[in-house]
Design a protein around this ligand. Structure first.
Ligand SMILES: NC(=O)c1ccc[n+]([C@@H]2O[C@H](COP(=O)([O-])OP(=O)(O)OC[C@H]3O[C@@H](n4cnc5c(N)ncnc54)[C@H](OP(=O)(O)O)[C@@H]3O)[C@@H](O)[C@H]2O)c1
Length: 289
C-alpha cells in the first residue's frame, strides 16, 4: 500500500515537474509561472524579484515602462552570485513601448539596465501607431538575429485579425501574446486560435489586477474549491490559469504571497472544478488599451 501511494505521489510530482515550462515556437523553453513587477520600484522591486528566485520562480516579467529594469537586473545578479540559480535557468521578459522612435537603442538600453547579454522574451507592449508598431517589431526581429533577444511577442492584442499581421508580415512570428486574462475575462477564442499557430497566451492581471483582486480572491466558487483542496484562493486561481493552458505572472511585493503563489505544483483541479471556474467569465476586460 505504502509503495503504491509513493508511486502515485511520484507520478503527480513528475507530471508537475514536466508542466513547469513550455517550448516556444522560437525553440526556447519558457516557465509557465512567473512574477509580475508592475508598480514595483526600487528596493521593493529588487527584494520581490530576489524572493521570487529564492522561492523557485524562474520567470520574471518587467517592461521599460515600469522603470524597474535595473532593480530586476540587480536581483537577478544577486541570485546568480549567491548560487540560487544560473543565468540560463532564468527567463526575463521585458517590453518596448510603441511610441519610441529609437527601438534598437531601447533594446540595448534594456540589456544594459538588466545587466544581461540577452533578453529571453521581448514584447511590443501595446498597440500604438501602425508604423510605430512595425518599427518596434522589426527592431525586435533584428535583435533576435543579433542574439540580443531570444523570443519575441506582442501584448494587448485581442483578436486573431490583429495578431495575424505579425505572423504574416514579418520574418519571425510572435511566440507569446501577453494579454489581460483572468476568471472574469477569458479570451478562449484567441487562446484556441493562437494555439493552432503555435503561440501561447500569457495572462496579465491573473488575479484581476490591482483594485479588482477581491472580486477574484473572495469569489465564492473560488473559495469553495480552495476549501476542498486545502489551498488558498490565489493558489486555485494560479492553477486555473496553468491548467487552462496559460502562462501566468501574478504580481506581488509580499514574500509570503510570492511563495504562496508558486506553491501550486502538488495538486490538480478536476475537470468539474475547471468548468465551474471557467463559468465565471463575463467577457469583459477591466482595461481598454
Ligand atoms: N502587458 C501589459 O500591458 C501588462 C499590464 C498589466 C500588468 N502586466 C504584468 O502582469 C503582472 C500581473 O498583473 P498585476 O500585478 O497588475 O495584477 P495581479 O497579479 O492580478 O494582482 C496583483 C495584486 O494581487 C495581490 N496579491 C498577489 N498575490 C496575492 C496573494 N497570494 N494573496 C492576496 N493578494 C495577492 C498583490 O498584492 P501584494 O503585493 O500585497 O501581494 C497585488 O495587489 C504585472 O505585475 C505585470 O508584470 C502587464
Amino acid at each position: 500500500m505504502f509503495l503504491i501511494m509513493e508511486a502515485l505521489l511520484l507520478t503527480v510530482f513528475v507530471m508537475a515537474e514536466e508542466n513547469r515550462s513550455i517550448k516556444l515556437n522560437s525553440g526556447f523553453e519558457m516557465p509557465v509561472l512567473g512574477l509580475g513587477t508592475w508598480t514595483l520600484t526600487g528596493e521593493t522591486c529588487e527584494n520581490a524579484v530576489y524572493e521570487a528566485l529564492k522561492s523557485g520562480y524562474r520567470l520574471i516579467d518587467t517592461a521599460r515602462y515600469y522603470g524597474n529594469e535595473s532593480e530586476v537586473g540587480k536581483a537577478v545578479a544577486r541570485a546568480i552570485k549567491e548560487g540560487i540559480c544560473k543565468r540560463e535557468e532564468i527567463f526575463v521578459t521585458t517590453k518596448l513601448v510603441p511610441w519610441t522612435s529609437t527601438p534598437e537603442d531601447d533594446i540595448d538600453d534594456s540589456l544594459q539596465k538588466l545587466g544581461l547579454s540577452y533578453i529571453d522574451l521581448c514584447l511590443l507592449h501595446q498597440h500604438g501607431s501602425a508604423s510605430g508598431d512595425d518599427a518596434v517589431y522589426r527592431a525586435m526581429c533584428k535583435a533576435v538575429k543579433a542574439s540580443k533577444i531570444r523570443s519575441i511577442g506582442i501584448s494587448n492584442f485581442y483578436t486573431g485579425k490583429t495578431v495575424s499581421h505579425f505572423i504574416n508580415d514579418f520574418e519571425i512570428p510572435p511566440a507569446v501574446i501577453q494579454n489581460e486574462n483572468h476568471l472574469k475575462y477569458q479570451n478562449n477564442t484567441l487562446r484556441d486560435w493562437a494555439a493552432k499557430k503555435g503561440i501561447y497566451i500569457e495572462s496579465y492581471y491573473p488575479f484581476g489586477g490591482r483594485g479588482h483582486t477581491k472580486e477574484h480572491l473572495e469569489n465564492p466558487t473560488v473559495l469553495e474549491i480552495a476549501r476542498a483542496h486545502g489551498k488558498t484562493a490565489a493558489q486555485i486561481i494560479v492553477r486555473w490559469h496553468l491548467q487552462a493552458g496559460y502562462i501566468a505572472i501574478p504580481g506581488s511585493s509580499n514574500p509570503d504571497h510570492i511563495a504562496e503563489n508558486f506553491d501550486v505544483w502538488n495538486f490538480e483541479l478536476t475537470e468539474n472544478e475547471m468548468k465551474k471556474l471557467s463559468s465565471l467569465d463575463t467577457g469583459r476586460r477591466y482595461e481598454n488599451w
